[in-house]
Design a protein around this ligand. Sequence first.
Ligand SMILES: Cc1cc2nc3c(=O)[nH]c(=O)nc-3n(C[C@H](O)[C@H](O)[C@H](O)COP(=O)(O)O)c2cc1C
Length: 196
Amino acid sequence: MCEVPVFYATTEGQTKRIADRIAERLREHGLDSRAMAIASDETAAIDWNRVRGAVVGASLHMRKHQAEAVSFARLHNRVLSAIPAVFVSVSLAAASMNADSVAAARQLAEKFAVDTGWRPLRISSLAGRLAYTQYPWLVRLVMRHIARKEGGSTDTSRDHEYTNWESVEHLADLLASELQQPGNAAASHAELRPSA
Ligand SMILES: Cc1cc2nc3c(=O)[nH]c(=O)nc-3n(C[C@H](O)[C@H](O)[C@H](O)COP(=O)(O)O)c2cc1C
């Protein structure tokens, strides 16, 4: 039972942190919200009749969002397109000093919507985290090389966060105000419930 679920897929944990903050902020607005992993029993058991709005978050690895997020958005594209729902794409390119990289991250986020057939109310491309301490040594080396090119930190002794938490909160604030507008008070998409 959750009115505004914040679904997420994560590989190193940053999208979960972002999802947790969005859900917390939505609760501060008086909405019933919780972050839940896409690949979880909680998500599988979601009662779509009660869902008034949603957020789906996923992160980029090798220019791709997690496969489970793609499948999930594809499976539920009709119901997600019928309610105020936001897609959040988390990447390092979004934090780049290079405008082309920032634009490329945005394009990959938009491609997610095209590929899944989901028309989100809004697409947000957010900067994530360089999680050097979690990477195997070869990945650490590659990520350090990319960071050097993109203007990120090359200090591999610790992690570096690039997420703009004010943008995260703003995203939640906007969604809350859309959900609290008169006329958006009740779910009206029962006929769009997925049969699965
Ligand atoms: C192996 C690997 C590949 C990555 N590939 C990309 C990429 O193609 N584009 C990008 O912008 N960021 C890339 N990143 C950075 C991640 O998107 C970033 O660290 C993000 O915060 C990860 O989010 P998560 O912790 O929720 O998985 C990559 C990171 C790793 C470790």
